[in-house]
Design a protein around this ligand. Structure first.
Ligand SMILES: [Ca+2]
Length: 72
């Protein structure tokens, strides 16, 4: 299980669940505030990606590349 936290005034965080039960946090996107998210695996690689709607009305799709420790 993974978790996503939308942080007002800072980077959102994606917590990647580990086999040990621990979570490893990763920054997502930029510091614009997100008012809504839709998780899904849009590219079918088995990793959860995130679509975010920002407070400024612009949206972004963040592709999970956690093998390189980033969302792009
Ligand atoms: Ca994916």
């Amino acid at each position: 299980m993974d978790l996503y936290a939308s942080i007002y005034g800072g980077y959102d965080l994606f917590y990647a669940g580990q086999d040990t039960g621990a979570f490893v946090p990763h920054q997502v996107g930029d510091q614009r505030d997100v008012v809504g998210t839709a998780p899904g695996d849009y590219d079918g690689d088995g990793d959860l990606d995130v679509y975010g709607v920002h407070v400024d009305g612009r949206s972004a799709l963040y592709r999970n590349e956690l093998e390189s420790h980033s969302f792009v």
